[in-house]
Structure formats: C-alpha cells, structure tokens
Write a protein that binds this ligand. Sequence first.
Ligand code: SF4
Ligand code: SF4
Length: 295
Amino acid sequence: MILSIASGKGGTGKTLLATNLALALSSKARVQLLDCDVEEPNDNLFLRLPVSYSQFVYIPIPKVDETKCNYCGKCSEVCVYNAIAVLPQKVLVFPELCHGCGACSYLCPEVAIVEEGKPVGVVEKGSLGNLELVQGKLNVGEVMAPPIIRAVKKYIDAKSEIIIDVSPGTSCPVVEAVEGSDFCLLVTEPTPFGLNDLSLAVEVTKEIGVPCGVVINRAGMAEGETERYCREHDVPILLKIPLDREIAVLYSKGIPLVQGMPQWREAFLGLFENIAARVGRGKMPEGSGEGKDRQ
Ligand code: SF4
Ligand code: SF4
C-alpha cells in the first residue's frame, strides 16, 4: 500500500505520524519511508538511519547556440514560466525560473537549443532492518521541488509498505507527492487555522482522486469544529493524539513516540490496519517482514 501523509499547514505533526507509523509497522513488514518534504526533510532526525547512498538530481536547462539561432522568438513564446527571453540579437535564459520542461528545445525550428543538467538537490537512502528511508533534499535557494520528489518516488519498492511524508500546504509539491497513493492521511490540529488548511487539503485529495482520512494531533483543546467538518464532508477521523506534555518532551528530544511510550505502537498499527481495510487490503500476516525489528 502507498500511504501519503500530508497536512494543509506546517507544524501539525506530520513528521511525528510518518516516523512513528513507519517504526511501528517495521516490526511487522518491510517499510519504505519516503521523505518528500524536500525543503525540510527531517524524518531522519528521529530515525537516525545511516545514509549509505546519495545521488544528485538534475533538471535540463536550455543552452542556446547563437550561431544557429535566428532570434525568431518561438522559444520565448512557448515558455509559460518566462524563463527565456529573446532580444533582437541575444537570447537570455533565467535558470532559476526554468522548470526543465524541454518545450523550448523541442520546438526550436533551428535546433539551436541543447540542454545542460543543473543540480537542484539530492536523493539519499539509508536502512536498518525492515525500514528503509529515501529522502529528497532541495538545494538551498532552489524552488523546483517536484523533480526531487519524482526522483525520490522512482525508488518505490513495490514489495514494501510505502509511507510518503509530503510537504505541508496544498501546492504542486503536494500534488506530485500524493498522486498515485492508495490513501492520504491528513494531519491537523484543532484550531481555526488548522481547520481552514485541513479543508483546503481535503479538496486537493478529492481533486486528485485519493481517499483521505484525518488524524487530529494535540487533541483535547477544542476539536468540536474539526469533528463537525469531518462529519459533514464524510471524512473519517482515524486517530487522535492528545495534547500531552510527555509527547511534546519526547518530540523535542528527537525520541520517537513508539520508543519513548511503547504503548503507542498498537495505536499506530491499528491505524494502518484500519486504512488497509478501507482500501480493500487484507490484514497483514503476522511476522510478514524480514530482518531486525527496530522496536
Ligand atoms: S526558438 Fe530557437 S531559433 Fe528561435 S529564438 Fe529561440 S533559440 Fe533562437
Ligand atoms: S525548459 Fe521549459 S521552462 Fe525551461 S526555458 Fe525551456 S520552455 Fe521554459
């Protein structure tokens, strides 16, 4: 199963959910955690897996051979990102705006454009026992998250249970990461801001056609409005994590909840079983994983 974990806004507890779900599940099955929050990948702050593999990610940037160019302007016309401009005797490329879509080089009538790879980030992998982490890191100053997310998702191993930690928000990187998932868990907190951003995130998952459910983090404040919204929009609330000092202290020390409070392990496993049943997957066989249990 491919399960993505998203949130309409940052700081709601997405990392807490992704890492603890991955750790709990790795006692039963092979798990791949894909950290697609590429601007701020921090799952490994909690997992502390040794990184054993690293690969640069490039996007193709146009380079114009002006000995062939007739300054017709077609490349500039097709570029919806305004990343290439044609002056009377000069073509200017703005690499920081270029999405590497290739349209300009494909449509240049003089075949005057070649493409050069520009590094925009890196994909790293590490594993221990049943758990493998694949994380994308966008270079500082770069804005093109989707190519890194696509590069991370290329490493999906169909024989594992896949958990995708998605960027916060509702923009392109979120769509890129969630597309293809069997289910999307939306983590929210019971505040007016949290509810507003949750409603936007629910709309995005509906648009993409991925079923979703909600986890309320820091529950116990005033989740009545969130519950009402979920009821009215037929979105199931699948877990509540209470506002609890001990949980906050563990998180601030980088200690996973399932290790600091092992009683939570069953709750995360139950959450996964619940989702598996909703997407038509059978119960996980006991001990279906191989290798060392991290618990
Ligand atoms: S489309 Fe090709 S020939 Fe026309 S201006 Fe651009 S690079 Fe030059
Ligand atoms: S590769 Fe795409 S985004 Fe980049 S300059 Fe060409 S048309 Fe524009």
